[in-house]
Design a protein around this ligand. Structure first.
Ligand code: NAG
Length: 141
């Protein structure tokens, strides 16, 4: 006969279940900075300035997601989860397309070494645009 699950473990499992339902996304966690025009993508050959997503919601991939260039054209759902200063994140969820490689981008990110460098429009949608970097949750779609 198996032992009954202790009561405190029951509550723990219940809370775990509850939190996974109230946070339906199961993305990765990383960091993000921003970059501004001129946007002259050089690393993704399929893009020139005239082919940018009209929403201006795009990003340059950092080393962690660049995937030897396979990242070009990939789309991610991104949201801001925290930042150095409280109140930096908005509640918005955005969809961005990778159009460049952050390490060679002509327009430099405010901070080097982040997972994903968002266009200023994209960054300003999910966070206070005066922040230099934020922590993000992201998921490829
Ligand atoms: C954005 O951040 C700056 C600098 O911390 C602050 O002065 C400003 O009030 C913030 N804007 C909003 C809309 O929270």
């Amino acid at each position: 006969m198996s032992k009954p699950i202790p009561h405190h473990l029951h509550s723990f499992l219940f809370l775990l279940l509850l939190s996974s339902f109230s946070h339906p996304s199961h993305g990765d966690v990383g960091t993000s900075s921003q970059y501004s025009p001129p946007f002259l993508p050089t690393a993704c050959y399929s893009y020139d300035p005239g082919q940018f997503p009209s929403s201006n919601l795009f990003a340059a991939a950092g080393n962690g997601i660049w995937d030897n260039g396979a990242a070009c054209g990939r789309q991610y759902l991104v949201r801001c989860i925290s930042a150095a200063e409280q109140g930096t994140c908005s509640d918005e969820l955005i969809q961005v397309r990778i159009v460049d490689f952050a390490l060679t981008a002509v327009s430099r990110p405010l901070i080097d070494g982040t997972t994903m460098v968002l266009s200023d429009t994209a960054f300003g949608t999910i966070a206070n645009s005066s922040a230099a970097s934020i922590n993000i949750e992201f998921q490829q779609i």
